[in-house]
Design a protein around this ligand. Structure first.
Ligand code: NCD
Length: 305
């Protein structure tokens, strides 16, 4: 990887992505071979926002590499409550850990924090900005189920505030992918994300109705409306409950359609899809382990050199 840190999916080349995905496949084939790989190393977990999957899968990934983790714990019981700045927190944790995973409600927080530390830092979500390690596990799941070239993907839901969408859309420009974005008008992709996609020469189409494009899709990536990021609860209520899919919706899709979701889901995917061959979101969440093991392995090994 060309970077010491992983801050944005926009910094990942096709080679970087394939290096992580190939390493993850190796780990999936023979996890035992990596069991002592980073014995004695410590990963710092600093989560300033709620998390289940990301926190637990980084924790598990580090332990499966033979390492250990130190967790800042909830913000309420940390020194952040006493007014400590993010810069100070990460500088302190740098003294305890060999790498750092940071989630923060402010867009740009990881970029800023990375300026204060020399150990590898992974952005595990910065507000409505980026979530690049999620993107790597999304790409791994897509590669396993549909292949990453000659792919038609629909990305649906909260495209404005959804950081997993911003990261995934950018990373997909490295591949031969046609991207369809489905959302209410008020939750379209932010202008800067659209601009970057066009600048990268991506094939991008926007829709307000899933029906317009569903039969063409190989992958449908569904996202949650990011309620916590709406400045006004009324604006949330206007779009809540839209863009739900159920087994009947998918009758118009091909048999091979792969349905993904970064989770947690609220009501966007009906449980009646869970037992169909389309449902890939739990497999996607499980892929967080080999992919985050691969990412940590690459970053920690690079830092040793
Ligand atoms: C996502 C996130 O935090 O951005 N969750 C995750 O990491 N899997 C998606 C979401 O919260 O909707």
């Amino acid at each position: 990887m060309r970077q010491d840190h992983l801050i944005s999916a926009a910094h990942l080349s096709r080679e970087d992505i394939e290096a992580v995905l190939d390493r993850a496949a190796e780990i999936d084939d023979d996890t035992a071979a990596f069991r002592q790989r980073h014995a004695g190393k410590v990963l710092g977990l600093c989560f300033f926002e709620p998390s289940t999957r990301t926190r637990m899968s980084f924790d598990t990934a580090m332990k499966r590499l033979g390492g250990q983790t130190v967790d800042m714990g909830p913000v309420e019981s940390s020194s952040v409550k006493k007014g400590e700045t993010l810069a100070d927190t990460v500088r302190v944790v740098e003294g305890y850990a060999d790498a750092l995973v940071l989630r923060h409600p402010s867009e740009g927080a990881a970029t800023m924090a990375a300026e204060f530390v020399d150990i590898p830092l992974v952005n595990a979500g910065d507000g409505a900005g980026q979530h690049p390690s999620q993107t790597l596990l999304d790409l791994y799941t897509i590669r396993e189920n549909a292949g990453l070239d000659d792919l038609t993907i629909g990305i649906m839901g909260d495209l404005k505030y959804g950081r997993t969408v911003h990261s995934l859309a950018g990373a997909l420009t490295n591949f031969d992918v046609s991207q369809h974005f489905i959302s209410p008008e008020s939750l379209r992709l932010p202008r800067n994300v659209r601009y970057d996609l066009h600048a990268a020469g991506a094939q991008v189409k926007e829709h307000t109705q899933l029906d317009d494009v569903l039969p063409e899709l190989d992958v449908l990536y569904v996202t949650r409306i990011q309620r916590e990021r709406f400045p006004d609860e009324n604006e949330y209520r206007k779009v809540a409950g839209q863009y739900q899919i159920d087994a009947e919706t998918l009758e118009a899709a091909t048999d091979d359609l792969t349905v993904m979701h970064p989770l947690p889901r609220v009501d966007e995917i009906s449980p009646d899809i869970d037992d169909t061959d389309h449902a890939t979101y739990f497999e996607q969440a499980h892929n967080g382990i080999p992919v985050r093991m691969a990412l940590l392995d690459i970053l920690l090994s690079q830092a040793d050199d």
